[in-house]
Design a protein around this ligand. Sequence first.
Ligand SMILES: [Zn+2]
Length: 93
Amino acid sequence: MTGFRASPMRRRVCARCGKLLPLRTRSDAIYCPGDRCKQAAWRAEKLSEEANKAFKARVEIAVNAHADRDLLEFYRNLLPRFHATHGVSSTAE
Ligand SMILES: [Zn+2]
């Protein structure tokens, strides 16, 4: 395992498709030559950004719903005590 990693001639692979990059690829290139893999990676990143935004929005809704429920629970507990101290029947009829 370490022998493979230590090899100075280790070929780099495309970050998108995993194919070997041509030997004469620029040292900072991470995708295949041409725009196909670069564009696909860019699109995938956009998609995951959108998915992340949608997920965050859903979490926010869930958190708000939870807060609403806590508030409702708070008043539900408070109301009978309020009624008791003010001599009002807390049972709705
Ligand atoms: Zn590629």
